[in-house]
Design a binder for this molecule. Structure first.
Ligand code: FE2
Length: 226
């Protein structure tokens, strides 16, 4: 099995002025594409060739883990951004309020952790099996699935995500990142987190609901060729 670069759910200039088309040219077109190409080279003719991204993230080590996780992390990042205004579901908003005090307090804590992450990495909103929410930072390619957590939302804080637009002003990038969030996707992840942990990007929808239609569109983006 060979992976292919996901299709972006919006045009490359759709996130401007917060994230420029030039950044997407490099971040999506060079960095993300590079991880896909490298992963395909690494797994070809090995026991990992038939594994899903989730399985690679859970069980692979070294370069295969790093590149598989970076493919997943970037798929997740682009999908949790939107060029259209969205709102969290009432259930998710209520859960965030009860865990963090308010939506503003959640945003502030997320940004504080993102600013405090030394070097390259990711900042996640996760949920655990006891339904507790947490903001988790991971370094380099690392992914919270590895620790048994279920990701709901992510921000890429590698410099390649923002340097062209913001240079070293990570705080400014983070503030604008929140304006671009795809709360529809994040709410979907919250509503389906039990299945999501095992089957992200490979769900089989059994119901004819808006969520299933949305899921189908995600699957379309994550085309895998054989
Ligand atoms: Fe990135």
């Amino acid at each position: 099995m060979q992976y292919s670069l996901m299709e972006l759910p919006y045009p490359k200039d759709a996130l401007e002025p917060m994230i420029s088309a030039r950044t997407l040219e490099y971040h999506y077109g060079k960095h993300h594409a590079g991880y896909v190409e490298k992963l395909n080279g690494l797994i070809k003719d090995t026991e990992f060739e038939t594994k899903s991204l989730i399985e690679l993230i859970k069980h692979a080590e070294g370069a295969i883990f790093n590149n598989a996780a970076q493919v997943y992390n970037h798929d997740f990042y682009w999908t949790n951004l939107s060029n259209k205004p969205t709102k969290p579901s009432l259930e998710l908003e209520s859960h965030i309020r009860s865990e963090f005090g308010s939506m503003d307090a959640f945003e502030k804590e997320f940004q504080t952790k993102a600013l405090g992450l030394f070097g390259s990495g990711w900042v996640w909103l996760c949920i655990d099996k006891q339904e507790n929410l947490s903001i988790v930072t991971t370094s380099n390619a690392d992914n919270p699935i590895r620790s048994g957590l279920i990701p709901l939302m992510v921000c890429d804080v590698w410099e390649h995500a923002y340097y062209l637009d913001y240079q070293n002003a990570r705080a400014e990038y983070l503030a604008n990142f929140f304006k671009l969030l795809n709360w529809k996707f994040i709410s979907f992840n919250f509503a389906n987190h039990q299945e999501h942990a095992q089957n992200y990007f490979s769900h089989v929808c059994k119901e004819n609901t808006p969520y299933c239609e949305y899921l189908d569109s995600l699957e379309e983006m994550e085309k895998v060729s054989t």
